[in-house]
Design a protein around this ligand. Structure first.
Ligand code: SF4
Length: 424
């Protein structure tokens, strides 16, 4: 049994029950979802078909995918061999490219064409301020995510630049508010990053930002490469190492860390603000093995006033309901903000208790004034003075007490770092 399998958190029924598929893929006991999509052939030619026809094909094949995934998850089936190209995996990548031409990756629904190369046209930019290029700020074995994700070898985390929300207090403001941060990264370089992190022992590939949704086309193209026998050339590996934050640490890469039935295997983790469009969710459903949604703001005006984001509550709750209805593996993060326990923490926890009482929640106490809320930052805006402090101990205690009263499953994720030792 591996150290990852012996983590004490797996003795927690809520976590073991909620993350069974993810855990099995992380241990290479099951093929990742992208491997299942790779086994389903298409009934049309990708390049000739209209976008409407491609969506219809996705609609037609999704039930077959779900049936195969559920049978594998329940141990009732053997994985199917790869199908001749093009497959459902290629279809997902192609649809993301088509969406880029009228971008509706997220709920802003800007409908602008992000596909022309920069400088070639006077293309407008959407709320995320991005054209077609994706930039990676850093990637590494993340030692700070929840224990179920960081495990013993770290979470293979890839940080993208820019964001589709405008949280005044953003805890990653250096990359989310600076679209030019980092290095322009192709799908092949991205695949090389993921490939190496996994072979070095990372328990998952953690797509995050800023927000990963605005880079959907590049991420899905990288996953399609990984599912189609990709092995990085030296040039792609060298390009990948430019943004590698822990490149001077030594990890021994080995195929056994990331292979299933002789091909690359890794659980894909969607670590996002969950402001995705319904169309993005339909694609991600077929490729993400586990989800890590942020659920920050209550149903009032806080998302508008602190993040300039309309329709936040309805979008995030709709997407969370999809995870529940689809039977996906996920854990929820809620960051407790100063003076926002009544308006945000309470309604978020009450919604979770009502709609998905089995969902594991991490009630995060690490908020610190940052970005426009940090008086020591040149960007500081006095309008956010109420957020220029850490939450009081009483606020964190009230958040946890309310979760306990509601029966929310939060203890294991929220308090795990206070426990000595991580193996059972
Ligand atoms: S990703 Fe979202 S914010 Fe960016 S252009 Fe597309 S719809 Fe607009």
């Amino acid at each position: 049994m591996s150290d990852f399998d012996r983590l004490w958190v797996w003795n927690d029924d809520a976590l073991a029950g909620a993350l069974g598929w993810y855990r099995a893929v992380a241990l290479n006991r099951k093929p990742a979802k992208f491997r299942i999509a790779r086994a389903i052939p298409l009934g049309l030619a990708l390049t000739d078909a209209s976008e409407e026809a491609l969506w219809a094909e996705l609609e037609r094949l999704t039930p077959a995918f779900v049936a195969k995934w559920r049978a594998l998850r329940d141990g009732a089936a053997e994985p199917a061999p790869p199908a001749p190209a093009p497959t459902l995996l290629d279809l997902c990548a192609e649809l993301a490219q088509r969406m880029l031409r009228h971008c509706n990756f997220c709920r802003w629904n800007c409908r602008i064409d992000r596909s022309p190369p920069p400088g070639k046209t006077g293309a407008k930019l959407g709320a995320c301020k991005l054209a077609a290029e994706s930039r990676v700020s850093s990637h590494f074995h993340h030692p700070g995510e929840e224990l179920v994700y960081r495990g013993t070898m770290g979470s293979g985390t890839i940080f993208f630049t820019s964001c589709n929300m405008r949280c005044a207090f953003c805890q990653n403001g250096d990359i989310s508010t600076d679209k030019d941060n980092g290095v322009e990264t192709s799908a092949a370089t991205l695949a090389a990053m993921a490939w190496l992190l996994r072979l070095e022992g990372c328990h998952n590939i953690n797509w995050v930002g800023g927000d990963p949704t605005i880079h959907l086309h590049t991420i899905l193209a990288a996953i399609a490469l990984l599912g189609n026998g990709f092995v990085p050339e030296k040039r792609a590996l060298a390009a990948a190492l430019v943004t590698r934050a822990d490149r001077f640490d030594w990890y021994e890469p080995a195929m056994r860390n990331g292979s299933y039935a002789g091909a690359f295997n890794a659980p894909m983790l969607w670590n996002s603000n969950f402001y995705m469009s319904a169309e993005a969710m339909r694609l991600l459903r077929l490729l993400m093995d586990v989800w890590l949604p942020d659920f920050k703001f209550g149903p009032g005006r806080c998302a508008i006033e602190l993040a300039r984001t309309p329709r936040y509550w309805e979008t995030v709750t709709e997407n969370l309901r999809l995870l529940r209805d689809w039977g996906e593996d996920f854990t929820i993060r809620h960051l407790v903000m100063p003076d926002h326990v009544e308006c945000c923490t309470r309604p978020v926890l009450e919604w979770v208790a009502r709609e998905m009482p089995a969902a594991p929640v991490n009630i995060m106490d690490q908020y610190h004034p940052d970005n426009f809320c940090d008086p020591g930052n040149a960007k500081y805006d006095p309008r956010y003075a109420a957020l220029a402090r850490r939450p009081r101990r009483a606020e964190i205690s009230e958040a946890c007490a309310h979760a306990k009263r509601l029966g929310v499953r939060f203890e294991a994720l929220t308090h795990e770092k206070q426990r000595l030792g991580f193996l059972a």
